[in-house]
Design a protein around this ligand. Sequence first.
Ligand SMILES: [Fe+2]
Ligand SMILES: [Fe+2]
Length: 294
Amino acid sequence: MTAPNAQPLQSLDEWEDDLKTRYPEADKPAFLATDPEKKKEEFRNYAKNARPSVREFYRLNHTYQSYDFVKAKKADYLKLNRRQMTVWEAAEYLNNLVDDSDPDTDLSQLEHLLQTAEHIRQDGQPRWFILAGFIHDLGKILCLYGEPQWAVVGDTFPVGCAFSDKIVFSEFFSANPDINDPKLSSRLGVYEEGAGLGQVDLSWGHDEYIYHVVKDRMPEQALYMLRYHSFYPAHRELEYNYLMNDHDREMFKWVNAFNPYDLYTKNHAKPDAQKLRPFYEDLISEYLPGKLSW
Ligand SMILES: [Fe+2]
Ligand SMILES: [Fe+2]
């Protein structure tokens, strides 16, 4: 099966805008389960109104993000032998991402990173938290290496075990080859009960990539934010608890703390990158100095 390189989304932002439709800001605190009947109805409305481009994006994502696909991408990218760049250079490189977003209303990639980080900073959060905000989407440079949108963004989910029916557009998993494998489609799949997320392969994308680039240099809370910020099936839908251990559950408080900064800061005023640069260069040199391997 060859995976297509189709790019149904107008821009990567279209996925995040869609997340806001699914998880509106009023919905917080996110980790409190809502009435399941209401939830079902909300989802029906969401699915009915979802843009065709978003639907097609998830169809591709759910069809091709198989266990073998993820293993192959990890084996390739996690050698981190593609580029040597400082964090600021990576942010500028990511800003080359030219898609069909509207330059008048949409933020550039760098602006989204700065806006997320600035909001975290204004709330008086620790410096590593601000830095996590600044770097959280740098893994989207996968697009610049030629990866299709569905292998860069999208809600992430475990592969190697059954797909939760709470994953958005879960019906599209019917085309995923793993669904025909008795082991890979079983509840535990290749994992053990409560094994811990560190043992679990999630669908491939920008979260896992940035996590590996910085994993030896940032506090663990930041690493959880980076690695799991798109894991909506867990941090919003509370699925896959059976793969987590107590430490994951403890650390997911930080993933939950991060999520609103990522989703709900987009409409604020555009940050001034050149004015903010000295602060961020200083912050980068504190935790992530010099050139990193990407
Ligand atoms: Fe992201
Ligand atoms: Fe983001």
